[in-house]
Design a binder for this molecule. Structure first.
Ligand SMILES: [Zn+2]
Length: 358
């Protein structure tokens, strides 16, 4: 390497060493090797690919392969990941799921486009692209009793953040009103048997409810069901099956599942049941809730029982089994993430309801 090349390389390395620049500005992956020279951020290979498709937003350069000069390096030094975060992520709404490098491409692209292309988060309460007033459309909803899918009208109103559906097209009174902030949505193509299968999980009368939906064309359901659920890209991609925001919802065969800040662990009698067989209110660790690895004493050990979790509540302990150790670790972190949060007044009400019901 020539002395000049060496000098440039060191100068660039110094900028990468500035706090914040050592992880990808968009997904948090350590040691990014790419940069958006327009935005002045350091990003990983994967995110650089997304930026490359938005040339109005980003010109992409490799830290290692492309030539750099002093003024370009100076430009990067004057901006950087921390500054970009302060600007472009200033007002990310609490309900917005911020993806990481563990998440799928669709979520990352949605996040990057939202941040830099639409500048959704630079001012407070910007009406987001998906939240333009009123949306209406038809989706196939699984019937509660016979499991057949029925065509149902869905309406989303942005102002009140409510998703309604109707059993009859001309009905005035909705069959259900679902508060979007309380909804967890996961792609469930296999469970539902359709590539656009979607499971919505929400609280109704302090109990967890599931509805199962699909649309023949993913695009349409993307328009009807809001991005606010943390799942959909703006352009109607078919998301892969694994595309589930990890810390927002977990629903597995052992099936504790979380529902926003208010988390219920439920175990489902049948995989596609609309109602939970049992539910556990997950409160704050300050109020006597805890999660422990392993099962309570006296339960069988070994075999399929080895990845156990015990949820401790003030009243009793609830054992759960996970399929794999990885599942167990993810569940533990979901539960811990909920338990460190203070309980809201509304959550105290739900807790009381649970105690009373027993
Ligand atoms: Zn990245």
């Amino acid at each position: 390497m020539s002395a000049e090349k060496e000098r440039i390389f060191r100068a660039l390395k110094d900028v990468v060493q500035i706090p914040g620049n050592g992880i990808c500005a968009d997904c948090g992956l350590p040691e990014p090797e790419w940069a958006s020279t327009t935005l002045g951020i350091f990003i990983c290979l994967n995110c650089s690919g997304i930026h490359r498709n938005i040339p109005d937003v980003s010109i992409i350069k490799s830290l290692l392969l492309d030539p750099w000069n002093d003024s370009q390096i100076q430009h990067m030094a004057s901006l950087g990941n921390e500054a970009a975060k302060r600007k472009y992520e200033a007002f990310v709404p609490a309900y917005y799921y911020v993806p990481t490098y563990r998440d799928c491409q669709v979520l990352l692209e949605q996040w990057i486009r939202s941040k830099y292309e639409r500048k959704d988060f630079i001012v407070e309460n910007k009406p987001l692209a998906y939240a333009t007033g009123y949306r209406e459309g038809f989706l196939w909803k699984r019937g509660r009793d016979n499991g057949q899918f029925l065509n149902r009208k869905f309406i989303l109103t942005e102002g009140d953040g409510i998703l309604k559906y109707f059993t009859k097209t001309d009905a005035k009174v909705p069959k259900a009103m679902i508060k979007v902030d309380n909804v967890n949505a996961t792609f469930q193509p296999i469970k539902i048997g359709n590539p656009n299968g979607l499971q919505l999980m929400y609280l109704k009368d302090n109990s967890t409810r599931n509805i199962f939906l699909y649309h023949d064309e993913g695009k349409v359901s993307h328009r009807v069901i809001p991005q606010r659920l943390g799942l959909f890209g703006p352009s109607g991609h078919h998301p892969p099956a694994s595309c589930v925001p990890r810390n927002k919802v977990r629903a597995g065969p052992t099936s504790p599942c979380s529902s926003g800040s208010l988390v219920l662990a439920a175990s489902w009698k049948i995989r596609n049941d609309a109602y939970a067989r049992g539910e556990v209110f997950i409160g704050s660790s300050d109020n006597g809730y805890a999660v422990k690895e392993g099962l309570p004493p006296g339960t069988p050990a070994g075999g399929s029982w080895q990845h156990g979790i015990t949820i401790v509540t003030p009243d009793r302990d609830f054992p759960f089994i996970c399929e794999t150790e990885r599942d167990r670790q993810e569940w533990m972190s979901v539960f811990n993430g909920v338990m460190v949060q203070q309980m809201s007044p509304q959550e105290y009400t739900v807790e009381a309801y649970f105690k009373h019901r027993r």
